[in-house]
Design a protein around this ligand. Structure first.
Ligand code: PEP
Ligand code: MG
Length: 600
């Protein structure tokens, strides 16, 4: 029995917002068994090795072809798979299993793939755990070639032909929305019940090749048993605006084709066979959300200008190339904050100059001339690197953090600066220094930037000699001394997250005192306003990249203070833009006056 008549709620991780109401289409992973046939002579070993090489070659060609037609984020995933195909960890192990353990090629591929999938699947790091799906995917691809099968969609193989081509399915896309479907399986069976534009895919995880093979333009939601924000299905779901919930766990196994599902990609809730009145509530919520989303999408290419003509620049805070894609989707005019520590946190060892250079360059190229502000490493506090042990401290947020580490570990800093400088010729690039607390620190950092430039000049490597260097204003001492700092920095970017915690002496991570963490506190607002004023006085741009910049409640207040450059998480851009388009500066100044003078 399925969960058909049981109201059931699964709690997963919301990885792509939106409400999807539809029928389940369950994709079961098919796993081929081993034959156990051992190789008895050297000729057989040579033959199996040759067949394996041939299958790897054909898989590489196939992936390269797929890469050419895939969107950037998926192409990057496929590129990782091509690398994995030739990685000694996988290819080398398979060859050893054939040559030394005398396994036939098929058994060797299955054995090595399963072992690696398990190893990666058990890893703590979310990014590495998600790589298990890549390894499983290449294993399946190579197996298919080894068996000389025609190209089939393994893992997604039980999706009927008509699904991909939009063929014999009897589509009933809007029945659910119009409220005419009673939750539960139809009399005419699951297959007909899941077609059309109201399909929610239910799978263990969806590999890149599944996603390419499927016509997901007809799918309104994904629910996966495994995975998290960085798994493939989640990345593609966000890119395509499909609601998705990952990490639903074992509960997902009980779902059958045709089960009625309600999925909320924001909260991570998945309802299985909900009561009709619950469906009705979600239908209403979905209608409201859709109307808002459509309206906000229509603002994408509009400039953010107030009704009385004040232009505002809206950029995105990003940490990865996927975030960059998302930023462009939401109409970001640039990147106001690239948190480089995310690259460091996803690596197993310090990223080399070359690895960093490629990462920064890819983002600049994708930004296509829009300004990109690269913040140098901001670790310490709550951000640790497993391979770079930091001393245990009683007050890590007040300790060895951000620029303090960079100025202390000069080689680490110089490597990053060289990578940023080399990438700077690929677009409009700026350097941002985190947690500067004094003019001395800024000067020391600038001396190291000059040193990095000198090294590159000697190496005959090109860089933007006029690259601008700005500082985060996130420590009260910097905000108070903004007049002095403005003479030596090219721009300011206000980090309200830290500025608030340091000004109010409220740990931003401490749940117990979270009510005291108030970026609207007049003490914080006064500092912000004075920093903006100093920027105007010294003719340097002042931007804001802390969370307050993306808070719609703060938009008028900040505009009224004179802020014109906001950087935020991409989905907030259209929301903030909508407010800007509907206001004028008189209103904004009045809101600002009121907020600044409130008694606390
Ligand atoms: C800030 O402190 O406001 C900021 C943007 O930096 P982070 O959140 O990365 O500390
Ligand atoms: Mg900060």
């Amino acid at each position: 029995m399925t969960m058909m008549n049981i109201v059931n709620q699964l709690q997963g991780i919301g990885v792509s917002p939106g409400i999807a109401i539809g029928r389940a289409r369950v994709i079961r992973q098919q796993e081929a068994g081993m034959t156990g046939v051992a190789l008895t002579d050297e000729a057989a070993v040579r033959r199996e090795m040759a067949q394996f090489h041939d299958a790897v070659g054909r898989s590489t060609e196939e992936l390269t072809e797929l890469m050419a037609k895939a969107e950037t984020a998926v192409a990057e995933i496929l590129e990782v798979q091509v690398e994995l195909l030739h990685d000694p960890m996988w290819e080398g192990e398979v060859l050893t299993a054939i040559g030394e353990d005398k396994k036939n090629a098929g058994d060797a591929v299955l054995e090595v793939t399963r072992a690696l999938v398990k190893t990666f699947g058990d890893m703590e790091d979310e990014y590495l755990r998600a790589r298990a799906a890549d390894i499983a995917d290449i294993g399946k691809r190579v197996m298919r070639h080894l068996r000389s099968e025609e190209r089939t969609r393994e893992g997604a193989a039980d999706i009927p032909e008509g699904y991909e081509r939009g063929g014999p399915w009897r589509s009933r896309p809007n029945e659910v929305l119009s409220g005419s479907v009673v939750p539960g399986r139809d009399r005419d069976g699951a297959m007909n019940a899941v077609d059309g534009a109201d399909t929610i895919l239910v799978a263990t995880d969806l590999s890149p090749s599944d996603l390419i093979a499927l016509d997901i333009s007809r799918v309104i939601g994904f629910a996966t048993r495994a995975g998290g924000k960085t798994s493939h299905a989640s990345i593609v779901a966000r890119l395509r605006g499909i609601a998705a919930v990952a990490g639903c766990g074992e509960g997902l196994d009980a779902i059958a084709d045709g089960d009625m599902l309600v999925l909320d990609g924001a909260t991570g809730i998945l309802l299985v066979s909900p009561a009709p009145e619950v469906v009705e509530q979600y239908i209403e919520r979905r209608k409201e959300q859709l109307a808002t989303t459509r309206f906000l999408q229509s603002l994408k290419s509009k400039e953010a200008i107030t009704m009385d003509g004040t232009a505002v620049h809206l950029s995105a805070n990003i940490g990865s190339i996927e975030d960059m894609e998302q930023a462009l989707e939401y109409g970001a005019q640039g990147v106001g904050l690239l948190r480089t520590e995310l690259l460091f946190m996803q690596s197993n060892s310090l990223p080399t100059e070359e690895e960093q250079f490629i990462f920064y360059k890819n983002i600049l190229v994708r930004a296509a001339g829009r300004p990109v502000t690269i913040r140098t490493l901001d670790i310490g506090g709550d951000k640790a690197l497993p391979y770079l042990p930091l001393p245990k401290e009683d007050n890590p947020f007040l300790g060895y953090r951000a620029i303090r580490i960079s100025l202390d570990q000069k080689d680490l800093f110089l490597t990053q600066l060289k990578a940023i400088l080399r990438a700077s010729v690929f677009g409009e690039c700026r350097i941002l220094l985190p947690m500067i607390g004094s003019v001395q620190e800024l000067r020391q950092a600038k001396t190291l930037i000059a040193e990095a430039k000198e090294v590159l000049t000697k190496q005959l490597l090109p860089y933007d000699a006029d690259i601008r260097t700005g500082i985060m204003i996130e420590v009260p001492s910097a905000a108070i001394m903004a007049d002095q700092l403005a003479k030596e920095a090219d721009f300011f970017s206000i980090g309200t997250n830290d500025l608030c915690q340091y000004t109010l002496a409220v740990d931003r991570m401490n749940e117990k005192i979270k009510a005291l963490y108030d970026p609207f506190h007049p003490a914080v607002l006064r500092l912000i306003r004075s920093v903006i004023e100093q920027g105007y006085l010294h003719h340097i741009p002042v931007e804001m990249c802390g969370e307050l910049a993306g808070d719609p409640q703060a938009t008028l207040l900040l505009l009224g203070m004179g802020l014109r450059d906001f950087s935020m998480n991409a989905p907030s851009i259209p929301v903030v833009k909508n407010i800007i388009l509907q206001t004028n500066m008189t209103v904004a100044r009045a809101v600002c006056h009121q907020e600044m003078n409130k008694i606390v």
